[in-house]
Design a protein around this ligand. Structure first.
Ligand SMILES: [Ca+2]
Length: 254
């Protein structure tokens, strides 16, 4: 009896220690009415494990180091987009819903205008920054673990809701860096050109993607589909606009 009590105590202490160890202090700031969280510099393993045979372009896994940066806590909303560019392009209307039906150029233009207006250097995240921020220290397929079914707590993604539309940002649980909807709701434009074999040649330090290309990288899956995992990647021509692609903003640190 005594023995099992001791074992129970040890298990409880270990569980408490492990949940503490995973906690990351979330540092926030607000710029021009947009909330940002600090993503600290670090090194991680980018890309898909070998077992995911269909994600050939997300292999091999490779070590990447990124500098710290501020990242939009939420996807850019329709209200924010309208305030900066005076346009309302989205199909699924709602001030707090993510803006969509925006091209890569529209997203870049927003970042430039937002940066000028608020006297900061604003841009889209690189693909390496995006995955690093999404993983938030995890090595599992999703930042909430490996179970696709747990998406219902964390993302507008998967089979836990029937209406295939966007939802107001921030309704689902954040990841450990404090980012909401980084998976699901809308897919997110990244800064990089896409190349199928880029991971074979990627530099280790702050990779910026290939120098040229015809398609840009999008990440994160959406309310309508996609691969879901932190390492899933997709590509699309930069002029394309559709109702489940939006973006979030990165601001240079510190
Ligand atoms: Ca998203």
């Amino acid at each position: 009896m005594k023995k099992s009590l001791i074992v129970l105590c040890v298990v409880a202490i270990l569980a408490a220690w492990s949940s503490c160890a995973k906690k990351i202090e979330v540092k926030e700031r607000e710029i021009g009415g947009m909330k940002f969280v600090w993503i600290p510099s670090g090194t991680y393993t980018m890309g898909s494990p070998e077992k995911e045979e269909y994600l050939a372009d997300a292999r091999p896994q490779h070590e990447v180091t990124v500098d710290g940066f501020w990242m939009g806590k939420y996807e850019v909303t329709q209200k924010q987009y309208h305030e900066v560019l005076g346009a309302k392009p989205s199909l699924f209307k709602g001030d707090s819903n993510p803006v969509e039906t925006v091209s890569w150029g529209d997203a870049v233009n927003f970042c430039k205008r937002f940066g000028t207006k608020n006297k900061v250097t604003a841009r889209l995240p690189t693909e390496a920054e995006w995955e690093y921020a999404c993983r938030a220290g995890t090595t599992t397929g999703f930042y909430w673990g490996n179970d696709y079914n747990d998406a219902k707590d964390y993302a507008w993604y998967g089979n836990h809701f029937s209406e295939r539309k966007t939802y107001p940002v921030g309704q689902k649980k954040a990841n450990a860096y404090g980012l909401h909807d980084i998976i699901g709701n809308v897919m997110e434009w990244c800064l990089d050109w896409y190349a199928v074999d880029y991971y074979k040649n990627s530099p280790r330090q702050n990779p910026q993607g290939p120098f040229v290309g015809t398609q840009r990288v999008i990440r994160g899956s959406s309310c309508k589909g996609g691969g879901g995992s932190s390492y899933w990647r997709y590509k699309i021509v930069p002029t394309f606009r559709t109702e489940d692609i939006g973006f979030r903003v990165v601001v240079a640190g510190p």
